[in-house]
Design a protein around this ligand. Structure first.
Ligand SMILES: [Zn+2]
Length: 125
């Protein structure tokens, strides 16, 4: 009697599933499954997944941290965008001789600076 084809040990299946997850673009996290202590994967949709339990893992603290990081990142991006725009306007102002245009640029600049201040405050909060 030979072993049935395709009958793999749990460990082999686990490894195969982990390899599949990686191939699908999931990433390995530093977290361990609270049930089986296996490494946890982050799926492309952001879910945390244990390949051994074949279950979604909810790590409350980590999710909260992630939300904080995500919002900090978008604020940082916003700050960089604002700074780039401010610089752009500054350069235009240096070469602009038309008073009306200068006024327009000045208004735009003060609006951008106001927004920058708001973003910086939000980042500190
Ligand atoms: Zn598990």
């Amino acid at each position: 009697m030979s072993q049935k084809a395709g009958a793999e040990s749990t460990e082999e299946q686990h490894i195969k599933r982990m390899a599949d997850l990686l191939r699908q673009g999931s990433t390995l996290t530093e977290l361990a499954c609270p049930v089986c202590a296996s490494p946890i994967f982050r799926l492309k949709n952001g879910d945390l997944w244990c390949a051994k339990c074949e279950k979604k893992v909810i790590v409350v603290k980590e999710e909260a941290e992630l939300a904080k990081i995500t919002s900090a990142l978008s604020l940082e991006t916003l700050e960089v965008t604002l700074l780039a725009k401010i610089q752009e306007i500054q350069e235009k102002m240096q070469h602009e001789t038309n008073v009306e245009e200068l006024q327009k640029l000045g208004t735009a600049l003060s609006g951008l600076l106001e927004n920058l201040e708001k973003v910086r405050k939000a980042r500190k909060a």
